[in-house]
Each structure stands twice: as structure tokens, then as C-alpha cells.
Design a protein. Sequence first.
Length: 300
Amino acid sequence: MQDLRLLVQFSVVAGTLSFTEAARNLGVAQPWLSARIRKLEEQLGFALFERSTRRVELTAEGRELHRLVKPLVELAGQVLQDVDALRQDSTQCLRIGCPQLGEPDRQQAALIARFAAAHPRISVEVQPGITETHFDLLRRGQLDLVLTILPSEQEEWESLRLYPLALAVMMREDDPLARVQPLNPGAFHGRRIAAFSRHRSAELYDMLYGPLIAAGAKPLTVPELRRSLLRETPDMIVSTIVPAPAGATLRYGIVRRPVEDMPEIRLSLVRKRGAPHSRPSDLFWAFTANALEEGMTNLK
């Protein structure tokens, strides 16, 4: 059996018709490469190149051998790329910052779960928390990507705008507001609304709750936006952020209604513009872009 490395080295020389250029492409010394080709010619029993002081050309046998080994060399190159990708997949992880929306976002979870299933060798680390903190970690390279509902139009970021979200409220089905149509900010005048702390994200807090507070609503800061608050305080209204459309009838006599006439809210995937990105990061970006082109239908 021929040494496959000799055949690959021959193919590079045959493709360039220059021992000097081929040696540079292979990262070896030109005299060493010339000796390797002479060794192959000795093994085969015929010349592969016609050499002169000005140029190198293939012999008839050389052209035929080049035709035969070219598919092998191309396949070897692809295999090496796949092996390198396998190595990278097994040693790298993807770090994503995700917002805490109040209720689990099933589309967001499905996006990450489907990516993880498609790339089982990539470790996906999801870090929930405050978006401003996530952006700071992204700047420092401690996160690869951020899912956010805050505007990300600054020049330092590039983003994929995903699906719309809605500010909604959960209440008991016998609450008078459950029958109000439409349920706009003015309907909450004088009502207590469970909200996250403004210290968590002042920009997001003002965007979501500013219109309600201006209309006379009374925000009540709670550590976690959960529907069980309604069992403890039946007349309370609990805010939440969910993918649109937000209307639903929940268990235990609770309904969820979207708040109308509010600023647009949309989940976006953000990364640092112009920065080098890890392979897992690029794969997730491309995976999300493809899902976006399909209308996110594969995430429902």
C-alpha cells in the first residue's frame, strides 16, 4: 500500500506545479518535499514531473495519477475539517444570558433545547439574570450571546429580532378587570400590580410599568412574579411577560390577559459586533437565523 501522505503531497505539487509554493502550502522545506516526490516516483517506477530550470510540468502518468488521487485528497481535507470540528465541539461550551420574564418562555427554552439536541457535544450554559449585567459580561467576553427584550440598537451590538412578547396580567377570573375590553393602562387606576424591582433593570421597568404607573396603578415589588400570589392576595394583579398572544385561561380559576396600547416588546438575540466568535456561538447564531427565516414554526 502506498503511503497516503506521499499521495497528498504529490497532489499539492501537481495542483500548483511549483515545489516552492507547494512546500509553503504544506508548511515544509522545499528540499524535503522534492525528496518525498522522488521517493514516490521510485516506488511507482515512473516519473511524475518533467522538471526544467524554468518550470515544472506533469508527465502523462503524473496527470493520470493526479486525476486518481484528487478525490482522495478532497475527502481527506473534509475529514480533517470534520475531525477538527469534533474536537472543538467536545472542548467548547456556549454561554447564553437569558432574561427572567416572570413565567417560563417555552419558545426560548425550545430554541435552546433543539440546538443542544442538534449539537450534543456542545455544552450549553444558560445564565438567567439582569440584562444590563448580561451586556457587561458580553463586553468582557464572559458570555457568548444574550437573549434580551431591551433595545440593542447601539453600534457595538448586532442582533436578530426574534418573536414578539407581551406584558400581560394574571388575575382571578371573578376579578372585574377580567371582563374589561380592551385592557389598557387606564383600566389599572388604583389597582395593586405585582412587579419586579426597578433595581433589577430600571430601563425595562420604566418601559413596562411606566404607562401603568402614569395611569394610576400601584406597583408592589415582589421577589418573584408567580401566579400563587393570587391565592394569598385575591385582589392583587400579577404582571408577567410572555410570548404573544398572551391571553389564556390558566388553572385554579386564573386568567391571563394582555395589556393593550403598550410599547412593542420583542425578544432579540445579541452579540458583539465585529468581535471574534467561538464556533458554538456562530453555530447557535446560524441556527437561530434559520429558525427565524422559517417563522420560528419549528419551535412551537
